[in-house]
Design a protein. Sequence first.
Length: 116
Amino acid sequence: MTIAATPAPPYYAVIFTSLRTEGDNGYSAMSDAMVKLAATQPGFLGIESAREGLGITVSYWDSLESIAAWKRNSAHLVAQQRGREVWYEEFRVRICRVERDYDMAASPQAPPVNPL
């Protein structure tokens, strides 16, 4: 996995934080399928994921409408239901508008942007 190459802001991030149940129970295959499917959806910009006990997956989207369409995708609905029934002890979804992003190449001398 690599860091997602996102466009200039604004765009949206869906942060999915989870605690898994024991065993795979088909999780890895479904997770891989969902990443591939999400990448084909209109408005998808990228994804990043990490798991060390607590799992965090951040997907990036061009609009709230694209996020809503992904949530309603029929294959994704099946995965969501399986997650509730089998894979997750607990999860939380947060949706945020990204106003600013920068990387290591950004100038450390750049003045901060006033968020207000």
